[in-house]
Design a binder for this molecule. Structure first.
Ligand code: SAH
Length: 352
């Protein structure tokens, strides 16, 4: 791709109103931008040439001035166990990201990446092993969802979770704008709270979210109930300790009515005692949060282990005893390394 192409504004990174304004400024009839927006977000057009009811002259005018992000599907793996699909997608600069689609009957959820790699280096997660390469653009985030939405073998895409590679709130502007496109009625038209932003507890991003009006769900990757344990498992906690993160979540709940899900990954001997289950129950009660318990998924060269089934059920039972909604999120797509924490930016080097 030429350098010139890079400089052209990417229509996939724009809200429908912004595309309307661009077209208006060019003196084009308003129904033309309506058509182009539909092609992009409702039909999944990958280039202006795909837009067959748009006159050729306008298609070339668009191609001259604008671009449309077009991620290359480098590899698709389908889990034999549960039909989870993992896409390895190539970006225009050669970087790669992974997107996972989880089918649920006729519906499906796409799990999307927001960064190439991750800066936070949690020792239990594969995504941060090589550090952060760069943020994804709005178009690169949106196109992952388009790839999933318009894939012939994928049913109705009803939910999007920003739980792939990277920390969405550390790439706030792009994440928020992509979310607006997902929710926009001329965009993906997803229902309110059908987009979930997951965070490791990046406080500056939580504070920005409190200033914003995004009708999203928030998922907090908590994984520990005290600072000493959380510091060991999630280095980001040293900078943004647990009490400040929980306070920010509480503020979001009260000021923006942002519902909270707590993600709590269980690692044997690290965070899976009954005392921790009781402390977690207290946190959930005060934040009206439900919990997803995620048994740790194996990643290569790691010293961690998942607790036994019995221990996992005991932990869950303790939460339920306290009246907390607690679900065990069974790992999906583990046979293709598509489960939580297994996504990497360099899958081509791994065996399929
Ligand atoms: N950075 C954000 C978005 C990533 S979401 C966040 O931390 O929330 C990915 C989720 O999978 C997080 O909850 C993460 O802590 C969890 N995870 C990472 N490695 C895992 C592993 N090996 N097994 C189970 N869950 C893991």
């Amino acid at each position: 791709m030429s350098a010139l192409t890079h400089e052209k504004p990417d229509l996939l990174g724009m809200l429908p109103e912004e595309i309307d304004a661009l077209f208006r400024a060019r003196g084009l009839a308003s129904y033309r931008s309506v058509q182009v927006v539909e092609w992009l977000f409702q039909h999944g057009a990958r280039s202006f040439d795909d837009m067959t009811n748009v006159p050729k002259s306008l298609r070339s005018e668009c191609a001259e001035h604008y671009s449309v992000t077009d991620l290359k599907i480098l590899k698709v793996q389908v889990s034999q166990a549960d039909r989870t699909r993992k896409f390895l997608l190539g970006l225009s600069d050669g970087a790669m990201v992974e997107t996972v689609v989880l089918p649920e009957g006729k519906r499906s959820t796409a799990c999307i990446s927001t960064q190439v790699g991750c800066a936070f280096g949690c020792p239990f997660c594969a995504s941060g092993k090589d550090g952060l390469a760069r943020n994804l653009s709005v178009g690169e985030i949106v196109d992952q969802a388009r790839r999933a939405r318009f894939h012939p073998d994928i049913g109705n895409l009803t939910n999007i979770v920003l739980m792939g590679m990277g920390e969405p709130l550390a790439n706030y502007e792009a994440t928020a704008k992509a979310t607006r496109i997902f929710l926009h009625e001329r965009g993906f038209a997803l229902g309110k709270r059908r987009v979930t932003i997951s965070t490791a507890g990046y406080l500056p991003g939580l504070e920005k979210l409190a200033e914003d009006d995004l009708p999203v769900r928030l998922a907090l990757s908590l994984h520990a109930t005290d600072n000493a344990t959380r510091n060991r498992l999630m280095p980001i906690n040293k900078k943004y300790p647990i009490e400040r993160v929980l306070e920010a979540c509480n503020h979001l709940l009260l000021s923006r009515r942002t519902p909270l899900t707590i993600e709590y990954m269980l690692i044997e001997g690290h965070n899976d005692s009954l005392g921790e289950a009781r402390r977690l129950a207290g946190i959930c009660q005060s934040l009206r949060a439900k919990v997803n318990l995620i048994p740790w998924n194996p990643i290569s060269s790691s010293r961690f282990r998942s607790p036994s089934e019995e221990r996992i059920l005991r932990f869950q039972a303790e939460l339920r005893k306290a009246g907390v909604l607690a679900f065990i999120r069974r790992s999906r797509g583990a046979d293709i390394d598509a489960a939580c924490g297994q996504l990497r930016a360099s899958s081509t080097t791994k065996k399929a």
